[in-house]
Ligand binder design. Structure first.
Ligand SMILES: NC(=O)c1ccc[n+]([C@@H]2O[C@H](COP(=O)([O-])OP(=O)(O)OC[C@H]3O[C@@H](n4cnc5c(N)ncnc54)[C@H](O)[C@@H]3O)[C@@H](O)[C@H]2O)c1
Length: 376
C-alpha cells in the first residue's frame, strides 16, 4: 500500500471535511494508495487546534510557506477564500508539490488563466474539487448521457441551491463580499457544481443570457454592527449547447436564496426517448423517463451505495456528503497514480478555466441585459 503525504492550507469548513475523509480511508476497498495528513496551515491558531487531535499531523503552522518547505508533504489541498487562490496555488506549484485546488480555481477568469499556465509549466498534477458527480445516481446519468438511450436530447437543467441567505440575521462572511469571493459571487461559489458534469460531457455553452440577483445589502458583522454585502446571490444562466449537431437549451442555476433548499445539487436531462432526473434532496432516488411508442413513464429507482470506488459499506445504505468527498479524493489519488481506469475523474484545470469563461460571459450578459457569446 502506497502512502501519499498530504498538507492542507485552510482548515475551515472544507479543510476539516477532507481531514475526516482521510481518517476513515479504511472504508475504501482495494485502494492501492492511502492519503496521510501530515501538515495543516491556517492563519488562525484557533482553527489549527481542531487538527491537534489527529495523530498523523506533525506540522501545524500559521505560515503556509513553512508547510511548502517540508519534505513531508507531496500533495497540497488548498481551501481558502477566493482572493487567495492564485497566489497560494502558484506558491504550491513553485514548491514542487501536486495541487488539489478548491473551486472556483481563482477569483476570476484572468486568475484562472494564470493558474492553468503555471500548472502546465510546473508539470505537477493539478485538479479542482467538485464532489457531487460521485453520487451513484449522478454516475448513472453520466453513463446514460454517453449512450444512445435518450434519443435526441431536448433540454438540460443543472444546478445547486441552498437557502441560508434567506435568514437576514445570518452574519456576513467573506462569501458575501465581492472583493474576497469575486465579482462572480454565487457563480464563483456554486457554479462549478453546476458545470462539472456538462463540461465533462462536452456540453460547452456557446452563448449565455444571465439573470443575476443580489441578496440583503447588509448583514450583522458578528461584532454588534452591520457589514455591507455586495455579491450576486442567485444566478440563472440560459445557455445554448450543441449536442449531436442540434442546439439544446441548458439552464444552469446557482442560488443562495432558494426557499426550502439546504444543499441541493440537481441534474435533469430530457430526451425524445428517455430522460433522467436526480436531486440530492432524495439522495438514493433516481427518476428515469422511458417512452415506448405512445406510452410514457417515469420510473423511480432506489439506489444504494453503488459508488464508483468500492467500499466496505453495505450496498443498501445511503450515501451522503462525507462519502462523496472521500470518493472524490479516491479519484484524485488514483488518477495521480495513473490508475483511474476509465472511472470518473476530478475537474481538470481546463474544465475549471472553461467554467470561468462561462461566468465571465454571464457577468457581461447581466451588465448589458444581452445574450453573450462564450469565448472558447
Ligand atoms: N467543494 C465544496 O463543496 C465546497 C464547499 C464549500 C467551500 N468550498 C470552497 O473551499 C474554499 C474554502 O471555503 P470554506 O467554506 O472552507 O471557507 P472557510 O472560511 O470555512 O475556511 C477558510 C479557511 O482559510 C483560512 N485562511 C485564510 N487565509 C489564509 C492563509 N493566508 N493561509 C492559510 N489559511 C488561511 C481561514 O482562517 C479559514 O480557516 C473556497 O474556495 C470555497 O469556494 C468548496
Amino acid at each position: 500500500m502506497k502512502t501519499v503525504k498530504v498538507g492542507i492550507i485552510g482548515g475551515g469548513l472544507m479543510g476539516r471535511e477532507v481531514a475526516s475523509a482521510f481518517a476513515r480511508w479504511c472504508a475504501l476497498k482495494d485502494m492501492p494508495v492511502t492519503p496521510v495528513l501530515t501538515a495543516v496551515a491556517d492563519v488562525s491558531p484557533a482553527v489549527l487546534e481542531w487538527f491537534r487531535a489527529l495523530p498523523s499531523v506533525t506540522l501545524l503552522t500559521t505560515d503556509y510557506h513553512e508547510m511548502l518547505a517540508s519534505p513531508e508533504v507531496d500533495v497540497v489541498y488548498v481551501a481558502v477564500p477566493h482572493h487567495l487562490h492564485e497566489s497560494i496555488y502558484l506558491d504550491v506549484l513553485k514548491a514542487g508539490k501536486d495541487l488539489f485546488a478548491e473551486k472556483p480555481f481563482g477569483i476570476d477568469l484572468p486568475a484562472a488563466r494564470r493558474i492553468v499556465d503555471a500548472g502546465k509549466t510546473s508539470g505537477r498534477f493539478v485538479r479542482c474539487s467538485s464532489e457531487f458527480p460521485f453520487f451513484p445516481a449522478a454516475q448513472r446519468i453520466i453513463k446514460a448521457c454517453c449512450g444512445e438511450g435518450m434519443g435526441r436530447i431536448l433540454e438540460i437543467h443543472s444546478g445547486f441551491h441552498h437557502s441560508s441567505d434567506l435568514d437576514a440575521t445570518k452574519p456576513a462572511n467573506w462569501k458575501r463580499l465581492s472583493a474576497i469571493c469575486g465579482e462572480g459571487g454565487v457563480l464563483n461559489d456554486l457554479g462549478m457544481h453546476a458545470l462539472h458534469v456538462p463540461l465533462r460531457l462536452g456540453w460547452k455553452p456557446r452563448s449565455v443570457y444571465a439573470q443575476l440577483q443580489k441578496g440583503y445589502p447588509q448583514r450583522p458583522d458578528g461584532k454588534g454592527g452591520m457589514s455591507s454585502c455586495d455579491t450576486w446571490d442567485n444566478a440563472m444562466l440560459h445557455t445554448w449547447v450543441s449536442i449531436g449537431g442540434s442546439d439544446v437549451p441548458m439552464r444552469l442555476e446557482m442560488k443562495r436564496l432558494a426557499p426550502g433548499e439546504t444543499n441541493s445539487w440537481f441534474l435533469t436531462v430530457l430526451g425524445t426517448e428517455g430522460g433522467m432526473r436526480y436531486s440530492t434532496t432524495e439522495p438514493k432516488t433516481l427518476y428515469t423517463f422511458r417512452r415506448a411508442g405512445k406510452d410514457q413513464a417515469w420510473e423511480r429507482t432506489v439506489l444504494g451505495f453503488d459508488m464508483p470506488f468500492a467500499t466496505i459499506t453495505g450496498g443498501i445504505f445511503e450515501p451522503g456528503f462525507p462519502d462523496i468527498m472521500q470518493q472524490m479524493w479516491a479519484a484524485y489519488l488514483l488518477e495521480r497514480e495513473g490508475q483511474l481506469n476509465g472511472r470518473f475523474g476530478c475537474v481538470t484545470p481546463e474544465e475549471a478555466l472553461a467554467s470561468h469563461e462561462v461566468f465571465a460571459a454571464a457577468l457581461a450578459s447581466q451588465a448589458g441585459n444581452s445574450v453573450n457569446e462564450v469565448r472558447w
